[in-house]
Design a protein around this ligand. Structure first.
Ligand SMILES: CC(C)(COP(=O)(O)OP(=O)(O)OC[C@H]1O[C@@H](n2cnc3c(N)ncnc32)[C@H](O)[C@@H]1OP(=O)(O)O)[C@@H](O)C(=O)NCCC(=O)NCCS
Length: 211
């Protein structure tokens, strides 16, 4: 049985379920135009962030379940640890509004993330994404993990490609809706396992999961 509130640890980071008390820290980056430029929401006000987190907390309440949509907050471990969110990730095979599966099979999961600009360029986003993806393959029998990125979002595409994701679909720009071209990327379980077995991709320290 899955722990109902998984807490995942990597070398430098702690990933835990989002809480109402994370609103200020998360709004400090999800409220910024430069952070949300390639996300599906506009800069969030404190009220908007509170509402988004309330929905995320509600979605955690339904876990464990075959279909889920989970928002993990990322905190630093070690001497700089203060419990504040430096970024967050969402993983899902259930649409955010709960209306149904996000893809053709429940074993296909999607991932999305945003980090505070002060915490970018340090490899934290990639480390956190790697940890949660490993959890999806190991604990949720994921067959495949996918992500969407707008074509100009090169930091996100670079992060995914460094983890072994490959583009499998390209979407044209939609000038009517002011939407840039986009790519869909994915990695399947066998590619993930093969890469994990390569010495260069082995974590330096044992990672852990706590309930
Ligand atoms: C997408 C996003 C999370 C990428 O963040 P990031 O910090 O650039 O990504 P990574 O964690 O992969 O960090 C990579 C950088 O850290 C550097 N780095 C420093 N220390 C490192 C370490 N110990 N390990 C790995 N990389 C390290 C790398 O060299 C790399 O920098 P470079 O690109 O200049 O070579 C960030 O740009 C963001 O939050 N954007 C706004 C939201 C968004 O667009 N989300 C994605 C929607 S698809």
């Amino acid at each position: 049985m899955q722990p109902s509130r998984p807490t995942l640890q990597s070398e430098r980071l702690l990933l835990r379920p989002v809480a109402a008390s994370d609103t200020d820290a998360m709004q400090s980056y999800r409220g910024r135009e430069d952070v949300v430029r390639y996300l599906t929401h506009k800069p969030l006000s404190p009220a908007g962030m509170r509402a988004r987190n309330a929905r995320s907390i509600e979605l955690w309440g339904a876990y464990p379940a075959e279909l889920f949509n989970l928002n993990f907050v990322v905190e630093l471990l070690g001497p700089d640890a203060d419990g504040d969110a430096i970024g967050d990730l969402r993983v899902w095979n259930l649409l955010l509004d709960g209306s149904g599966p996000a893809s053709e099979k429940p074993s296909i999961f999607w991932i999305g993330y945003a980090f505070h600009p002060d915490m970018q360029g340090k490899g934290y986003a990639r480390e956190a994404a790697a940890r949660v993806i490993r959890w999806l393959f190991a604990e949720h029998a994921a067959s495949e993990v996918r992500a969407i990125a707008f074509a100009p979002n090169t930091p996100s595409i670079a992060l995914l490609e460094k983890l072994g994701f490959q583009v499998f679909r390209t979407l044209d720009a939609d000038p009517d809706n002011n939407t840039p071209a986009a790519v869909h990327l994915r990695i399947d379980a066998s590619r993930w396992a093969a890469r994990a077995a390569e010495p260069a991709n082995t974590p330096m320290r044992t990672e852990s999961e706590e309930s």
